[in-house]
Design a protein around this ligand. Structure first.
Ligand SMILES: NC(=O)c1ccc[n+]([C@@H]2O[C@H](COP(=O)([O-])OP(=O)(O)OC[C@H]3O[C@@H](n4cnc5c(N)ncnc54)[C@H](OP(=O)(O)O)[C@@H]3O)[C@@H](O)[C@H]2O)c1
Length: 288
């Protein structure tokens, strides 16, 4: 499964499962990304906000895998909503990762994290940041560009004003929390939707309903969760610091029946994201 790809609207191939790196700091990030590459992952998801772009770059170098065989995503910090700041930040990411080009760069969020629950959608600021991404794309510094956490209203703004259409929308998506409307809108407009926190940040691991179905397919809950995303044409980005789990998450060559997909779509999320409940994206779905 790690060698299979989706095709982006610009024709570029993107490996169907990405390796998430949120919360992997410095030395651990280098070690875990390197392990993931050894297991066979070729798609790594980092962000300026994770503070591990350098470590990801070091892992890439240490892996000795050809640059063309890897797909590296980073994200423009959510707080940057001006053209000059975005131009600078794009170059900073390239320097930190020590690559001549990135495969994908996303606007991390339409709103700065501190204002994530507020009404202001930063329409002008997102267009300004987007222009910087478009120019970096045209200059060959980034091979694909997209967004993350964009709602329909944010996408409409960008689609109305942009020169180059976004190719990806990375959103929170897991069993019990599938944002059908934004996923449909994105897919209808030619964006590939990536599913972040596909295992509900670990919160899904104790769910009884999901355990029953995972047992039926003789797979782990994370495997079921990852396969669920793939069957919705979502690109899952599981994160783990455990090599066995890396292998387990890549071993998803089975099919969930249509009936069971319906059951999983109907799961009502009662997940608790634990100590990260206060993270803006989780706070929002928890209605806090
Ligand atoms: N764009 C955004 O705003 C945004 C927001 C959140 C996340 N993301 C991206 O999405 C990635 C994934 O999301 P996430 O980090 O929130 O969490 P996740 O991938 O949904 O879940 C990670 C948790 O699941 C556990 N786990 C993973 N595989 C397992 C397995 N096979 N068996 C048992 N436990 C397993 C991990 O523990 P172990 O380490 O012990 O395996 C960890 O506690 C992030 O790293 C990041 O790249 C993006």
């Amino acid at each position: 499964m790690l060698t299979e790809t989706f095709t982006l609207s610009n024709g570029n191939e993107i490996p169907k499962i990405g390796f998430g790196t949120w919360k992997l700091h410095a030395a651990a990030a280098k070690e875990k990304v390197l392990e993931a590459i050894e297991v066979g992952y070729r798609h790594i998801d980092t962000a300026q906000a994770y503070g591990n772009e350098e470590a990801v770059g070091e892992a890439i170098k240490a892996s000795k895998i050809s640059r063309d065989d890897l797909f590296i995503t980073t994200k423009l910090a959510a707080e940057i909503k001006d053209y000059a700041g975005a131009v600078q930040a794009i170059d900073d990411s390239l320097k930190k990762i020590k690559l001549e080009s990135l495969d994908l760069m996303l606007i991390h969020s339409p709103k700065p994290w501190a204002y994530f629950q507020e009404e202001d959608h930063y329409f002008e600021g997102n267009c300004a940041a987007w222009q910087a991404l478009e120019e970096a794309y045209e200059a060959g510094k980034i091979r694909a560009i997209g967004v993350s956490n964009f709602e329909i209203i944010d996408l409409e703004n960008l689609l109305q004003h942009c020169k180059i259409k976004p190719m990806v929308n990375q959103v929170l998506a897991h069993i019990g929390q599938t944002l059908v409307e934004v996923i449909d809108y994105s897919q209808k407009n030619g964006l590939l939707v990536e599913a972040y926190s596909p295992i509900a940040h670990g919160a899904m691991l104790n769910s009884k309903t999901i355990t029953t179905l995972a047992q039926k397919y003789q797979v782990s809950i994370p495997q079921l969760a990852i396969r669920y995303c793939l069957q919705l044409d979502l690109l899952p980005l599981p994160k783990t610091g455990n090599k066995k789990h890396m292998e387990n998450n890549a071993d998803v060559d089975f099919t969930i029946s249509e009936r069971d997909m319906l059951k999983l779509k109907g799961v009502v999320s009662d997940f608790d994201y634990g100590k990260d409940n206060d993270t803006p994206v989780f706070r929002k779905v928890l209605g806090k």
